[in-house]
Each structure stands twice: as structure tokens, then as C-alpha cells.
Design a protein around this ligand. Structure first.
Ligand SMILES: CC(C)(COP(=O)(O)OP(=O)(O)OC[C@H]1O[C@@H](n2cnc3c(N)ncnc32)[C@H](O)[C@@H]1OP(=O)(O)O)[C@@H](O)C(=O)NCCC(=O)NCCS
Length: 332
């Protein structure tokens, strides 16, 4: 193996951004061929905004001036300040030469320098990932499953029927459509509602609940819109009290408008047991059929242990396409 040089870059370093994107897309073509290549504009926006306003720090690994891999370090400040979540990708043709280990060690050292005491990482469930994780001492703590729904495969009328059944079980609730940013008058209640996602299982991961604030909600919405997406949020509201009881969010891909990405779906504990999860997701499909009729498929992610959400997804015809393993280790 030649000497590996690892350097940080930013969203303004156009050549490095492009090189990093090429590493990710080349790896995805081999490791997860059902995914679409990431596009430059949305990747750049992700580097600038992160998921919700805390962008990761990206790095490139080169050998003799040639790019061999990319990495990233997510150091959240709002919560989980004990943790550094790392991304690590080696070009398929450059694997098994020690570059992954070199990147891992550099990221672990950087995380420790930043005062973090725990390191997390994830990867598709395959032999390279499990063997590599074992070698560097990462323990598997959770599994996240990617499911995909092909709308054309749903028998006609099925979504409406499921919606009607769920609506009959939740007569005390009405649905409110929010396209784009959350209106100012709703922000306070929405910040509370978004917190409900912390009830989703995290299995053996040593992670804290995510802090929800108006600033974070705005940063999430701004980040998604900056990626060129269109946001749809369906909210269940308790008719009598006006309390927000649950919500579901879909981002329609701006560059590939036939694709939708399912983001959070959550129902407040006090409002569970009324089939609101199914009503929200079926209601979202009915809305999208009118607002974005070109959407052909939706992707969603759940912890493998999230039985309730998975049974809703099964009813709507989602099928498993991939599984990611989530790892963690203590930094000493
Ligand atoms: C996982 C990954 C980063 C490993 O990169 P790499 O440069 O091949 O890793 P290294 O060469 O440093 O390998 C270190 C050790 O991991 C193990 N390993 C890596 N790939 C392996 C494979 N395909 N089969 C069996 N063992 C493997 C071996 O023990 C290897 O040591 P050895 O070559 O001396 O036997 C690379 O496969 C990759 O980019 N995968 C896709 C992205 C990803 O999932 N990243 C998250 C990882 S937690």
C-alpha cells in the first residue's frame, strides 16, 4: 500500500466535492445497486446544510495524488455530544489495501481530539462490512431496513380502502396538509410533535434522544428545500383540543420527481391506538396522487425491530430492498 494522505475539504472545494461524490456513487453501484447515483447539486447542498443544519465534516483519501476513498465525521452539538458518527467509503477497485483502516484510524483520532467518547458507523449488510467492523472493533448494535413501495403494484382502490378503514377508527382526528415549510403559527406545536420520533427503537445503540427546537425544524426544512426537494407533511389533529397527534413527511426528489423519500412518521403516545399511523401514510399517498402524480415509488427506512411501523408499511405493499448494520464502539 502506498502512503495514504487524508485531507478535509468543504462544500466550496468543487474538485474535492466531485471526487467524493464519485467515490460514493462508484461504491453504491457495487454495494447497493438499487440506489440511484447521488447528483452533484443535492450532494453539495447536503455538504452545506447537513440533514438539519449540522453538516458533517468531509474528508478525502489519496495515494500518489489519486483518490482512493472518502470519509466523513458527524459531530452533533444539539444532543449526542458523546458521539461521533463516521462515514467511510473506499473505491471498490481500491479495497483490501488497508485504506479503509487508515481512514478509520484517522477519523477515530479526529473524533477523540474533538472530545467524543463513542464512535458510530453504518454499512450495508455484507461480508466486507462485517469483517471490516470486526477488525476495527466496531460492534453491531442495530439494524436499519430499507423498504421500497412501487405505487403501480398497488391494486386499484387499496389505498383509499385502507384510508377509509383507518379514518373510521379515528373519528376524533382530522388531517391537515402542510406543503413546504411549517407555517409560523404551527411551529411551536410541530416542534413538540417531532419529538415523538424519539420513541422509535434504537436497540443497543448508545444514543440520546434528539433535541427538537424551532431552529432545528427550520434547518431541516431549509436543508431539504436546498437539495431541490419538495416537502409534504400530513398532520393529524385532535378535533376537540386542537392538539397535534401525529405526522408523516415525504420529500419528493426534485431531480427525479418519480421518487419520494419517506422521512419521519410518528404518533404522540397519548394518541396511539387509533390507526393514525396507517391513516397518515395512506392519506399521504392520496395527497401525492393529486399533487405529484408522477411519483412512482417511495423509499422508507425503519429499525428492523420497529414492528408497528413495519406492519403499516407491509399493509401498503412496501418490500425490503436492503439492510444496513449500525455499529458503535467506545473511544479510549
Ligand atoms: C468496509 C470498507 C470501508 C473496507 O475498506 P478496505 O479499504 O477494503 O479495508 P482494509 O483494506 O483496511 O481492510 C481491513 C480488514 O477488513 C477485513 N475485510 C475488508 N474487506 C473484506 C472482505 N471483502 N472480505 C473479508 N474481509 C474483509 C479484513 O480483515 C481486512 O484486513 P486484511 O485485508 O488484512 O485481511 C469497504 O469495503 C467499503 O468502502 N465498503 C462500502 C462502504 C461501507 O460500508 N462503509 C462502512 C464500513 S463500517
Amino acid at each position: 500500500m502506498g502512503d495514504v494522505h487524508i485531507h478535509a475539504f468543504t462544500a466550496d472545494d468543487a474538485d474535492d466535492v466531485r471526487a467524493s461524490l464519485e467515490v460514493h456513487n462508484a461504491a453504491a453501484a457495487v454495494d447497493a445497486p438499487w440506489r440511484w447515483p447521488e447528483l452533484l447539486a443535492s450532494y453539495t447542498a447536503l455538504l452545506r446544510h447537513g440533514w438539519d443544519g449540522e453538516p458533517e465534516r468531509p474528508f478525502l483519501a489519496t495515494v500518489g495524488g489519486r483518490v482512493v476513498g472518502a470519509a466523513s465525521l458527524e459531530l452533533t452539538e444539539r444532543d449526542n455530544t458523546h458521539l461521533a458518527w463516521l462515514g467511510l467509503t473506499v473505491l471498490p477497485e481500491c479495497r483490501r489495501r488497508g485504506y479503509g483502516t487508515a481512514l478509520f484510524e484517522a477519523m477515530a483520532a479526529e473524533a477523540a481530539r474533538s472530545g467524543r467518547r463513542s464512535l458510530g458507523a453504518d454499512g450495508w449488510d455484507n461480508e466486507a462490512v462485517t469483517a471490516f467492523a470486526r477488525k476495527v472493533g466496531l460492534e453491531c448494535r442495530s439494524q436499519e431496513v430499507q423498504r421500497r413501495q412501487h405505487l403501480a403494484e398497488l391494486e386499484p382502490g387499496r389505498v383509499q380502502r385502507l384510508y377509509d378503514e383507518a379514518a373510521a377508527a379515528s373519528p376524533d382526528y382530522e388531517l391537515v396538509r402542510v406543503a413546504g415549510r411549517t407555517p409560523a403559527a404551527m411551529v411551536g406545536a410541530m416542534v413538540e410533535l417531532v419529538r415523538a420520533i424519539n420513541d422509535a427503537p434504537t436497540d443497543e445503540l448508545d444514543v440520546e434522544d434528539e433535541v427538537s427546537t424551532p431552529e432545528r425544524l427550520a434547518a431541516y426544512e431549509e436543508g431539504m428545500l436546498a437539495r431541490g426537494g419538495r416537502l409534504y407533511r400530513l398532520v393529524a389533529r385532535h378535533r376537540k383540543t386542537g392538539d397535534l397527534a401525529g405526522h408523516t413527511v415525504v420529500l419528493v426528489d426534485g431531480a427525479r420527481p418519480e421518487v419520494g423519500h419517506q422521512h419521519d412518521t410518528a404518533v404522540e403516545r397519548a394518541h396511539r391506538g387509533h390507526r393514525l399511523g396507517l391513516r397518515l401514510k395512506a392519506g399521504m399517498l392520496l395527497w401525492l396522487a393529486r399533487a405529484e402524480p408522477q411519483v412512482r415509488l417511495l423509499d422508507t427506512w425503519n429499525a428492523a425491530s420497529n414492528d408497528h411501523m413495519i406492519s403499516v408499511n407491509d399493509a401498503l405493499g412496501y418490500r425490503v430492498v436492503g439492510r444496513k448494520l449500525q455499529f458503535q464502539k467506545a473511544l479510549v
